[in-house]
Design a protein around this ligand. Structure first.
Ligand code: NAG
Ligand code: NAG
Ligand code: NAG
Ligand code: NAG
Length: 347
């Protein structure tokens, strides 16, 4: 648009200058020029903008994780999530909640498809990266499917790569909402901080050690929210997690996601890695927060991050967020990524 206006301005100046000479010839030149411009301009403008777009897209196509981490990290820390296109409204909701605590600048979105990569980076340049190969999409959404397992199995590798670059990482699923800034909870010099996915109420002063194993012989620590430092212990737990995923691949019977492997990794490295269980009051599972009203009222004002789990399906999750006043997406807006422009300008 700017280019076009500059051209039109130059043209007007020229035509004003040429009037004193031959009026009729100038007029005919003018008419043909206008005719040509009218024909060529929209065409060139179109070609221009589409080639600019493909240049931009080419830029994001080759954008790597190390580049992206260096570009967005704040205080040597990245806040990471992984998103495919159907989850964009959840991404916007999560980001909006983070922006209330002025931490959105440090967010990096691992795009699981090219549409998401372009959609985010066109509105919020540099905040999305695609780590090839993009997983096969149709299969990636159904909880318990092999596609879903493959999709979530990529997570520990991405996290490890960030630690190897020397950065701390806070990983979040995007069906979460921040009510408080979680960073003050990452106290002390632990390698990894995590939350319990159980619904059972713990005492206010519960231990911050790995809980005892549950019915399946392992713990139910959530792989949905992790803060990890770039220490040897931090890297070790991720390497173990990757190993466990390889040792226990997906099977139709087990229908696993990446969480059991993570819990076995915690079990096997617990004497080598400094582990920290975050307080339940601040980081409750969705099964506790949404389902136990008594507990929710008792702990009012203490909650930091709410996870909308223990429920499946986009529509159900959105409805539950709405019912609890945790849905911040403007439903009138056709394109949810428009909200990214506001986030960007608040930087
Ligand atoms: C930055 O990191 C340091 C060291 O980890 C920490 O003490 C400090 O609170 C952090 N600052 C912010 C704004 O998070
Ligand atoms: C999942 O990954 C395995 C091993 O890499 C592969 O053989 C399989 O085709 C993938 N399945 C889906 C649905 O992505
Ligand atoms: C690891 O799992 C085994 C099997 O359930 C259990 O006996 C052991 O106590 C666990 N270790 C830790 C540190 O949780
Ligand atoms: C709900 O929370 C209350 C208060 O913390 C607790 O006493 C009760 O056992 C919880 N209910 C369930 C079903 O866990």
């Amino acid at each position: 648009m700017l280019r076009k206006q500059a051209h039109v301005g130059a043209f007007q100046q020229q035509s004003q200058r040429s009037t004193p000479f031959s009026y009729s010839s100038t007029l005919s030149v003018l008419v043909s020029v206008i005719f040509l411009l009218g024909f060529i301009f929209p065409l060139t403008a179109l070609l221009n903008s589409s080639s600019q777009l493909s240049v931009k897209r080419e830029r994001w196509h080759t954008y790597t994780l190390p580049e992206a981490v260096r570009a967005v990290a704040r205080n040597n820390t990245v806040i990471l999530c992984a998103v495919s296109q159907p989850y964009l409204p959840f991404l916007i909701n999560w980001l909006t909640s983070i922006a209330k605590h002025h931490r959105q600048h440090g967010v990096l979105v691992v795009a699981e498809d090219y549409a998401t990569l372009y959609a985010v980076n066109e509105k919020w340049p540099g905040h999305a990266v695609l780590i090839p190969p993009a997983p096969a999409l149709q299969q990636a959404h159904k909880f318990g499917s092999q596609g879903f397992f493959n999709f979530t199995s990529r997570r520990p590798r991405h996290l490890l790569q960030i630690l190897e670059l020397g950065y701390s990482v806070l990983y979040n699923d995007v069906d979460m909402v921040w009510l408080k800034d979680p960073f003050p909870y990452f106290k002390g010099k632990y390698d990894i901080y995590f939350t319990d996915d159980m619904t059972q109420v713990k005492s206010h002063d519960h231990s911050h050690k790995l809980p005892p194993p549950g019915k399946k012989g392992r713990t139910y620590i959530c792989s949905c929210m992790l803060f990890i430092r770039p220490t040897n212990g931090g890297k070790l737990i991720l390497k173990k997690w990757i190993e466990e995923l390889k040792a226990q691949p997906w099977s139709p019977r087990a229908k696993a996601n990446d969480q059991p492997a993570f819990n076995w990794a915690l079990n096997k490295t617990s004497d080598m890695v400094k582990l920290y269980l975050l307080p339940q009051r601040a980081f409750p599972s969705g099964g506790l927060y949404f389902k136990n009203e008594t507990w929710r009222r008792e702990t009012q004002g203490k909650h930091a991050i709410i996870h909308n789990n223990y429920i499946t399906g986009f529509e159900k999750k959105i409805k539950r967020f709405r019912d609890f006043d945790l849905w911040f997406v403007d439903d009138e807006e056709m394109d949810p990524t428009e909200a990214l422009v506001k986030l960007r300008s608040s930087e």
